[in-house]
Write a protein that binds this ligand. Structure first.
Ligand SMILES: NC(=O)c1ccc[n+]([C@@H]2O[C@H](COP(=O)([O-])OP(=O)(O)OC[C@H]3O[C@@H](n4cnc5c(N)ncnc54)[C@H](OP(=O)(O)O)[C@@H]3O)[C@@H](O)[C@H]2O)c1
Length: 169
């Protein structure tokens, strides 16, 4: 089953977080995230878990962390990327790498990840932040997009696929 990366980032600054939280409150965007990821596994880093502090309905949370110990239904903790990838290889559910920046940097390099869902939040004045989505444009190309607006904030959901390797030999 295909593995996917899913993120919301500001346009044009590519911000994804500030002080451990999302830099905006867009209920419609959260609703779309919930709908898209329903029934799947969300892979997240420990800091993103700290910002949630709870399981999410309809989805499993798999957390990467060297420090965390937790026992909660629908939540698993893995201390190495290798252990997490081995467990993912055994499942038949949709897999979403859902942040934060450390997880995105790792996941974008995984060959099993073939789909990238980005929500570009139009926020030219939003400059305060401490976590950014990594560069990705040279490896991915936009293939479909849809426009939304919530509380006068426009945002664009874009589906990207990996670019074909160049065959100019
Ligand atoms: N806009 C969005 O779509 C979106 C989505 C998700 C999160 N966010 C935001 O992103 C920010 C958090 O991102 P972040 O980059 O600071 O942190 P993060 O990626 O959520 O978590 C980083 C942590 O993951 C663990 N980890 C990473 N690589 C590991 C490895 N190779 N082996 C074992 N554990 C590993 C470590 O936990 P330990 O220190 O416990 O070892 C590390 O400190 C927050 O502001 C959050 O709100 C935004």
């Amino acid at each position: 089953m295909a593995w996917q990366v899913i993120a919301a980032l500001s346009y044009p600054h590519r911000l994804i977080g500030y002080k451990g939280r999302l830099p905006w409150h867009l209920p419609l965007e959260l609703q779309l995230f919930r709908h898209r990821t329903w029934g799947g596994i969300l892979v997240i880093g420990r800091r993103t878990w700290e910002s949630l502090q709870r399981s999410l309905p309809g989805r499993e949370l798999w957390i990467l962390s060297r420090t965390l110990t937790l026992e909660l239904p629908m939540v698993r903790v893995f201390s190495t990327p290798e252990a997490l990838l081995a467990a993912l290889a055994e499942v038949r559910k949709p897999v979403f790498f859902a942040g934060g920046a450390e997880i995105y940097r790792w996941a974008l390099c995984l060959p099993q990840v073939d789909t990238l869902w980005l929500t570009w939040v139009y926020a030219p004045d939003l400059t305060q932040g401490d976590t950014f989505f990594p560069p990705f444009e040279d490896q991915w190309q936009a293939v479909a997009w849809e426009f939304f607006e919530d509380r006068c904030v426009p945002f664009l959901q874009v589906l990207y696929r990996r670019r074909e390797a160049s065959t100019n030999e």
